[in-house]
Write a protein that binds this ligand. Structure first.
Ligand SMILES: Nc1nc2c(c(=O)[nH]1)N[C@H]1C(S)=C(S)[C@@H](COP(=O)(O)O)O[C@H]1N2
Ligand SMILES: [Mo]
Length: 432
């Protein structure tokens, strides 16, 4: 079933009686009641669930429920929580589908909602016949069946994959009004499990002179990418599992390359060949595509790690705040170069900032959930988040990003994202 953005509307259900609760919270923390941003969140949920106008709990059922199922499905009440598909009807195999970040919580993306980027559709591969060829500058060219790969020691990495083209609509002059996930949701986070690249390169006897690894997919898009071996040898893996189950067909079944924190395209799906070489291939996917045209007319190439970035997911476009009172601001931060060190949140369009609470675990190249308690006064407020990673890199303002990169980029947008909460509680995307 293909459902479009217009069918999807998400509204928040903030807490009842929030005003009183918030005042109590302020007193508890010894803060002035005029303050609008309160950290950390304590006790709001418990107090609210006691509110006197809450309907009494439903009676337990007296007849049996539905029987067991072989493979679980979400509640039918959650049918609006879907990937939104953007593809050209004339070439439906080339396009994207977006993770609904605005509908999700925590940091792990359910497999059925992992974003998709296919250049020429999802190949139907038979795992019994699939092989991985490892050749080029090696002592022993090797070919692996999946059974053979499964006998090597495995490793797991909880990490994000982000398309280089994520958030690209933010390069436009006018702020696009779209749900957070249907704008910034070409990022998903999974636990990937498989065999480390280092293990296989050692097995084949990689030539130390081979500086580049060329990875090729088995789909009909001719995807080949070149990766610098020293940059990936310690963290790349050949993944067989995604959040504990076999990788989904759309995410690379039965085998994909995962390079934690590096741009989407190098995470080659339906992996069929790894070739060691002394030079990069200069394929279409690292020349005509996935390069960034700079203001001086040159193009930036091989910009692998995704830059530090963050985004408030709740509230965001599509939410309607029903009235003044206590809300939690919740969002995601990430950096392809390491851990998130700090996330700052502003409710006044960047005039003042306070540190948000980072939810554990905080892992390198992984989505990190941040939270900040907020009391909305019922007047317009501009919410912004700003992430800083462990290398001290700071998420830039949109103006700073445009000044550095010019206006002809299509990839690697990591500027600040601002949401205007209007006086009537609706949320709009604005540029500062
Ligand atoms: N073989 C192959 N690998 C591929 C692609 C593809 O079209 N074919 N798309 C790439 C791009 S551009 C991205 S962003 C990621 C998307 O991974 P996902 O579809 O699992 O989210 O896969 C990359 N690997
Ligand atoms: Mo991508």
């Amino acid at each position: 079933m293909t459902r479009r953005k217009s069918d999807v509307f998400q509204s928040s259900r903030p807490v009842a009686r929030a005003e009183r609760v918030t005042r109590r919270l302020f007193l508890k923390q010894g803060l002035a009641a005029s303050s609008t941003l309160v950290m950390p969140v304590v006790g709001i949920g418990a107090s609210v669930s006691q509110a006197p106008d809450t309907p009494p709990p439903m009676k337990p059922l007296t007849s049996p429920g539905l029987p067991f199922s072989n493979y679980g499905q979400p509640s039918p009440h959650e049918h609006r929580v879907i990937r939104w598909i953007s593809a050209n009807p004339m070439a439906p195999a080339n396009g994207v589908s977006w993770t609904p970040l605005h509908d999700l919580e925590g940091t792990v993306t359910p497999n059925s909602l992992h974003f998709e980027r296919h250049h020429n559709g999802v190949p139907q591969l038979d795992p019994a016949r699939h092989r991985l060829l490892l050749d080029g500058m090696v002592e022993r060219p090797l070919q692996f069946s999946l059974d053979a790969l499964g006998r090597y020691p495995m490793v797991s990495r909880l990490c994000f994959i982000e398309c280089g083209g994520n958030s690209s609509a933010a390069w436009r002059r006018q702020p696009l009004q779209a749900h957070a996930g249907y704008f910034h949701g070409l990022i998903s986070c999974s636990e990937w499990t498989g065999v480390s690249l280092a293990t296989l390169l050692a097995e084949a006897g990689a030539d130390p002179q081979a500086g580049w690894l060329i990875a090729e997919g088995a789909d009909a898009a001719g995807v080949s990418v070149s990766l610098p071996v020293p940059g990936i040898i310690d963290h790349a893996l050949l993944a067989l599992y995604q959040n504990g189950e076999r990788i989904r067909p759309e995410n690379g079944y039965p085998l994909r390359l995962v390079v934690p924190g590096w741009e989407g395209i190098v995470n080659v799906k339906w992996l069929r060949r790894l070739k060691l070489a002394s030079e990069p291939l200069m394929s279409r996917y690292e020349t005509a595509k996935y390069t960034d045209l700079l203001p001086d007319g040159r193009a930036r190439q091989f910009s692998f790690p995704m830059q530090v970035k963050s985004l408030i997911t709740r509230p965001s476009v599509g939410f309607n705040l029903p009235g003044p009172g206590a809300y939690e601001i919740s969002g995601l931060a990430w950096s392809g170069k390491g851990r998130i060190h700090r996330v700052e949140v502003s409710v006044d369009g960047g005039k003042s900032w306070q540190s948000a609470r980072l939810q554990e675990p905080v892992l390198p190249a992984c989505l990190t959930r941040f939270r900040a308690a907020w009391r909305w006064e019922g007047v317009p407020a501009v919410l912004v988040s700003r992430a800083i990673d462990e290398n001290g890199e700071v998420q830039p303002s949109r103006d700073a990003l445009l000044a550095a990169r010019g206006e002809h980029s299509r990839y690697h947008y990591n500027g600040l994202v601002s949401w205007l909460v209007r006086g009537d509680g609706a949320v709009e995307h604005v540029y500062l």
